[in-house]
Design a protein around this ligand. Structure first.
Ligand code: IDP
Ligand code: MG
Length: 160
C-alpha cells in the first residue's frame, strides 16, 4: 500500500445523521482531497465483550468497537450511523484533525466538531485513532469487497 493509500474509518454518529450533517461532513473530507472508498448507512446492534463495547451493524460479519462508556453506547445505538472509509496520505491523523478534539468545546472552529457540536456525548462523528485501529474498524464494518479500489480523477491534482 502506497503512502497515498492510507485508510481511516470515519462514522457519522446518530446525532450527526439526525441533524442532517452527512453531507457537510462528507464535504469536509472530499474538499480536503481524500477519496471515499466505502460507505453505508446502518443501525448498529448491541454486542458486548468483557473488555470492549462492540457496536455491530446488522451483518454479523462486520463489527466495530467504538466508544467505551455505557452512555456512549446508548448514544451509538440511538439511530442510524453513516460508516465510511476514507483514503489518502496521512488519512488517519489528518482525519482526526478534521474531526477536532473529542470535547467540542475544545475543538477549534473550522473543525467538524468545532463547527457543529457542543457536548462531548453529541460530538457527531468518530474517527480511527491509529492506523492499526483503522484496519480493525474497517474490517469490522466492511467486507473486503465493500472497500473499493479505484483511481480518482483528481489524484494528479491533489498529490504532487
Ligand atoms: P474520540 O471520539 O475523540 O476518539 P474517545 O476518547 O475515543 O474520543 O471517546 C469515544 C467517544 O466517547 C467520544 O467521541 C465521545 O462521544 C464519548 N466520550 C468520551 N469521553 C466522554 C465523556 O467524558 N463524557 C461523555 N462522552 C464521552
Ligand atoms: Mg476514539
Amino acid at each position: 500500500m502506497s503512502a497515498n493509500e492510507e485508510q481511516t474509518f470515519i462514522a457519522i454518529k446518530p446525532d450527526g445523521v439526525q441533524r442532517g450533517l452527512i453531507g457537510p461532513i462528507i464535504s469536509r473530507f472530499e474538499n480536503r482531497g481524500f477519496k471515499l472508498v466505502a460507505m453505508k448507512l446502518t443501525s448498529p446492534a448491541r454486542s458486548t465483550s468483557r473488555s470492549t463495547t462492540l457496536i455491530s451493524p446488522p451483518s454479523p460479519s462486520s463489527r466495530v468497537s467504538l466508544p467505551q462508556s455505557t452512555n456512549t453506547t446508548e448514544d451509538m445505538l440511538s439511530g442510524p450511523i453513516c460508516a465510511m472509509v476514507w483514503e489518502g496520505k496521512d488519512a488517519v491523523k489528518t482525519g482526526r484533525v478534521l474531526l477536532g478534539a473529542t470535547n467540542p468545546l475544545a475543538s477549534a472552529p473550522g473543525t467538524i466538531r468545532g463547527d457543529y457540536a457542543i457536548d462531548v456525548g453529541r460530538n457527531v462523528c468518530h474517527g480511527s485513532d491509529s492506523v492499526e485501529n483503522a484496519k480493525k474498524e474497517i474490517a469490522l464494518w466492511f467486507g473486503a469487497s465493500e472497500v473499493l479500489k479505484y483511481t480518482s480523477a483528481q489524484a494528479a491534482w491533489v498529490y504532487e
